[in-house]
Design a protein around this ligand. Structure first.
Ligand code: BMA
Length: 309
C-alpha cells in the first residue's frame, strides 16, 4: 500500500521573496475552520529558516499564502540559524507548534542513556497560537538534549500529555503534566538493521487517532541517506507499545521534485490530516518544495504492518 501523489505536485515552491527564494518545505498541517492550515519552513539567501503560512480549502489548491514570514526567531541564541520543521497539534482549543531550533551552540551533555554521537546543535522549541497570527513563545521544551522530530498527541492519554521525540537514531516517547516539563523518556522503536529505515527514524506528522491505534507517519533513512515515509501504529491506551511499522515504505523519492533539489532523494513529512474520507500527507521534496499524497481512510485496514524487532 503506497500513498497516491497529487498530480499537481508540488503544491508549494519557492517564490522570489527574500525569505523564501531558496526553499519552501517540510510543512505542518492542521484541518480546522473549513481549511487546512499549513505552516512551512522557508529559506532565502541567508539560509536562515523561517515559517511561512499557507492554506488550502480542498487539501490541494493553495488559496492563501503569507507574503512575509509568519514567524521567525529573533535574538534567541538557541535559534540563531532559524526555526525548522514545524508540527502542529490542536490540543484543548489551542494550536501547539513544536519545531527544531538550529544554532551554532555546542552540543549539550546528555544523560548516559541518551548518548548522541551527532553534533546537531539543535533544540526543540514550542509555540502556541489560536489564529496563526499571534504566537506565544514557550521556549525550549527539552532543554538538556539535542533533539528533533517532536510530535505531540492531540489529547491526554492516561491523564498525561504525550510526545514522541527522536534521540538519535530512534523514536522515543515522553510524558508531561503541563506540556513544558517532560519525563519518563523511553525508546519505543529502533532502526531496523538492513531495512529501508536502518540508519535513523523520526516521527513525522503528529499522531492521528484511528480505530486501529495512533497512526504516525514517520521517516526512515537508509545507509545511502535516502529519506522515505512509513506508518507506525501505537496502542491507543498505551502509546509506548508499538502495534506495527511499515516493512516497506508508503512513499519513496521517485519524482524529479523529490530526487533533485537542495538535498537529493528526500521525502519528509511534518503534517498529515484527515479530510473528506482521506488522509492528506504533506511532505517536503528534496528539501526544496512541498507535495501532497493521500490515502483513503478505509484503506488503512489494507496497510501491512509488522512488529518491529
Ligand atoms: C533532517 C531535517 C529535515 C530535512 C532532512 C533531510 O535532518 O533537517 O529538515 O528535511 O534532514 O535533509
Amino acid at each position: 500500500m503506497e500513498l497516491e501523489r497529487y498530480e499537481g505536485n508540488p503544491v508549494l515552491s519557492p517564490t522570489d521573496k527574500w525569505w523564501e527564494n531558496k526553499t519552501v518545505f517540510n510543512c505542518a498541517a492542521a484541518n480546522a475552520d473549513g481549511k487546512v492550515h499549513l505552516l512551512y519552513r522557508a529559506q532565502g539567501d541567508d539560509y536562515v529558516s523561517r515559517f511561512g503560512y499557507a492554506a488550502t480549502e480542498n487539501g490541494f489548491d493553495i488559496t492563501e499564502r503569507s507574503s512575509e514570514p509568519i514567524y521567525e526567531s529573533v535574538g534567541d541564541e538557541l535559534e540563531r540559524l532559524g526555526v525548522e520543521d514545524p508540527r502542529i497539534t490542536l490540543i484543548e482549543g489551542t494550536y501547539y507548534i513544536t519545531y527544531t531550533g538550529a544554532s551554532t551552540c555546542p552540543c549539550s551533555e546528555m544523560p548516559p542513556s541518551m548518548v548522541n554521537p551527532v553534533p546537531w546543535r539543535c533544540r526543540v522549541g514550542m509555540l502556541s497560537t489560536k489564529d496563526f497570527k499571534t504566537f506565544t513563545k514557550h521556549g525550549c521544551i527539552l532543554p538538556d538534549m539535542d533533539n528533533k522530530d517532536v510530535v505531540l498527541f492531540p489529547e491526554k492519554v492516561g491523564g498525561k500529555y504525550v510526545m514522541l521525540h527522536r534521540t538519535f537514531p530512534n523514536i522515543w516517547i515522553a510524558y508531561s503534566d503541563d506540556l513544558m516539563n517532560w519525563y519518563d523518556h523511553k525508546v519505543i522503536m529502533r532502526v531496523q538493521p538492513g531495512a529501508w529505515d536502518c540508519n535513523r527514524i523520526g516521527a513525522g506528522a503528529p499522531p492521528i487517532k484511528t480505530e486501529y491505534g495512533w497512526m504516525n507517519i514517520y521517516h526512515g533513512v537508509d545507509h545511502k541517506r535516502v529519506y522515505r515515509l512509513g506508518i507506525l501504529m501505537l496502542e491507543l491506551e498505551d502509546p509506548s507499545k508499538v502495534i506495527g511499522r511499515s516493512p516497506k515504505p508508503i512513499l519513496s523519492p521517485e519524482k524529479e521534485y523529490e530526487k533533485v533539489g537542495i538535498v537529493p532523494d528526500v521525502v519528509f513529512s511534518c503534517g498529515a490530516v484527515e479530510k473528506d474520507g482521506r488522509y492528506f500527507v504533506y511532505y517536503g521534496g528534496a528539501d526544496k518544495v512541498i507535495g501532497v499524497a493521500t490515502m483513503a481512510v478505509e484503506d488503512l485496514k489494507k496497510v501491512k504492518l509488522e512488529k518491529p524487532l
